[in-house]
Design a protein around this ligand. Sequence first.
Ligand code: GGG
Length: 352
Amino acid sequence: MKKNILIVPGDGIGQEVTEVGKKVLDKIAEKFGHEFTYDEALIGHVAIEATGNPLPDETLAKMKNSDAVLFGAVGHPKYDNDPSAKVRPEQGLLKMRKELGLYANLRPIKLFDELLDASSIKPEILKGADILFFRELTGDIYFGEKGRKDDGDSAYDVAAYSKFEVERIARKAFEAARTRRKKLCSVDKANVLETSRLWREVVQAVAKDYPDVEVEYQFVDAIAMLLIKDPKKFDVIVTANLFGDILTDEASQIAGSMGMLASASVGDGTGVYEPIHGSAHDITGKGVANPMASVLSAALLLDISFGLKEESNAVISAVDAVLKAGFRTGDIADASTPKDKILGTAAIGKEI
Ligand code: GGG
């Protein structure tokens, strides 16, 4: 198979982990006889520094013309400490999602057995947990009108959803549930928010087309607790943009670390594959970042964008084998991990 993959490392550890993800794709091409060609493009802080724009037109054009995008992360502490900054790395991320029509963000919460002890949650609560989040990605408070009024003394962000936006993500989640344990949990805050009442109304209507899928509804505050108390209860979870952003960071603890969670953003155009973690400038340049989320994102790319299931499974098996051999990065090591088994980004990438 011949495919063109755009590598967009972005900021901070995005650069380090994406390099490993690309090497894994190279290895797959070599082992399975595919021809993957690569191009590279800028996004985020590095793009602002080079062009003044967090998502340069050239990057967007390359994304639209590629078969898939392997993406890293965006962000830089300088903007976090300057709330009045008008141009920010995250604007590049949001614009990319809107322009490519990436309305569905799939975030599998996959717990590798070897990491049962890496989490602060008790192993007996965790064992067997396997959740697939569908985070809506192009609507909600992230994309509504925002601004300041009263001479800057007050601020607002508008949350909005249309029935169309809710229905298309709900259908994707129901379809996925059908291929799994046939359970779907829709998360909202329908006791308070009008957008959530619309959300629930639409999911209830879509559910009628999927009588084989068992549906439950949870408020976002309740599920924040249930994810830690009883993660095995959940199969597919579908939720709005902001709730999904927050809940999946929380759920990363089920998988042991943020460094383990991959994601796929899909919709109308080129699929984008990236770790759920950000740029992590506190560890940037130290060579200690866990690249497994990027590697597992490459596995999602092979499966979802290229339909290469065997190749995708080979990548997941390689990660599993490295964990079984006892190798760890610092974020997933525990007190029992021998020092010589704790590897840096490039070294654990080589093992994979
Ligand atoms: N790789 C994910 C990433 O770069 N996250 C940083 C970020 O700003 N995330 C906000 C979001 O995902 O909506």
